[in-house]
Design a protein around this ligand. Structure first.
Ligand SMILES: C[S@@+](CC[C@H](N)C(=O)[O-])C[C@H]1O[C@@H](n2cnc3c(N)ncnc32)[C@H](O)[C@@H]1O
Length: 321
């Protein structure tokens, strides 16, 4: 018989959490793992899409069963997803997938790196550039509703592409608006090197002038009929960028800026803000961007969103009279 004064074992309820706490803890971990598995489906599908595009573009010899399994994934995504794509469209889609996976991997690998635009992985730079071509189509779509802008795009003039990167937006602009001479400025030499090759490859090197220049140092006056300012310029540089761009535009010239993360879906919005924070910049709301353009003397400020991923804000330098 144990002695009556022997220390008794502590009641289990004091050692272990109550049963409902165990459930809550278990459920939380269950929720976490099921969230991971749910997201993994999208990640795996994106990688499978990239693999299918690589096989198409590069004619890689691949095991027959694997090829059929990949096609099954594409069919499950959308049976006609890749139908009717040109070789150029397939290549453009492939670099966008590669950039998305490359940027995601870079975030995971080095989450603590100081913010800034410091990518030198060609896949990331090319993909980011390809994705930016859509802004040319957004401007073109807005011009369908705005005859003054439409006229500007069709008449002889000049387009300034700030942050031209690897040059894809400039190439798309030069193809879409052949009356406009294009000037692309950037400060990131790894991107500009690729831009020179992209322009030569697209046969557009005569149409687009590339300059190593910061928008901070833009000194021209009344030179451009259209200017594009991407949402990647550091926040503290924005006022000087807007002042310089206003001066560089001809009277009646147009400035177009983009807002990322304006999407009403909270996860997409948060992911855009994360991306911009990673680039060391700030995600303007639509109202803030409109106010910035107004404060810097732009008129006819308007917001246009051709789809849920693209929001552009357009303003015009006042013309005399
Ligand atoms: C997302 S990239 C642009 C993509 C580009 N449209 C393309 O086709 O590749 C943003 C670019 O802004 C550039 N940038 C950042 N600060 C800048 C500045 N102060 N002046 C000019 N460009 C700048 C970066 O170097 C980067 O290449």
């Amino acid at each position: 018989m144990p002695h009556a004064s022997w220390p008794r074992e502590a009641p289990t309820t004091q050692v272990c959490p109550p049963a409902n706490a165990i459930d809550a803890h278990f459920m939380t971990f269950e929720t976490l793992t099921s969230t991971i598995f749910r997201l993994q489906t999208a990640l795996d599908a994106l990688a499978a899409l990239g693999a299918e595009l690589r096989m198409r573009r590069e004619g890689l010899p691949v095991d027959r069963r694997l090829a059929s399994a990949l096609r099954e994934v594409i069919t499950a995504l959308e049976p006609t997803l890749l139908d009717g794509m040109t070789a150029e469209q397939e290549s453009a889609a492939l670099v966008i997938v590669q950039a998305a996976l490359g940027q995601a991997n870079e975030l995971m690998t080095d989450p603590a790196r100081p913010p800034g635009w410091s990518y030198d992985d060609p896949a990331v730079l090319q993909g980011q550039g390809q994705a930016s071509r859509r802004f040319v189509h957004a401007i073109e779509a807005y011009a369908e509703r705005c005859p003054d802008l439409r006229r500007t795009l069709r008449e002889p003039g000049a387009f300034l592409d700030v942050g031209t990167g690897v040059g894809w937006l400039a190439i798309e602009a030069a193809r879409t608006w052949p009356a406009l001479r294009c000037v692309g400025i950037d400060i990131w030499e790894p991107a500009l090197r690729l831009a020179r090759a992209n322009l030569a490859g697209a046969g557009m090197d005569e149409w687009v002038e590339l300059r190593t220049q910061s928008v901070e140092d833009l000194a021209e006056r009344d030179a451009f009929t259209l200017a594009w300012l991407p949402p990647f310029i550091p926040l503290d540089m924005t006022p000087v960028a807007l002042r310089n761009l206003r001066r560089a535009l001809v009277p009646g010239g147009w400035l177009v800026v983009a807002v990322l993360g304006a999407n009403p879906d909270p996860l997409s919005g948060a992911l855009s803000r994360l991306k911009l924070a990673r680039y060391g910049t700030y995600s303007w709301t639509t109202a803030e961007a409109e106010a910035q353009l107004g404060e810097h003397g732009f008129e006819q400020v308007a917001t246009f969103s051709p789809n849920s991923r693209t929001v552009i804000i357009v303003g015009r330098k006042p013309a005399p009279g």
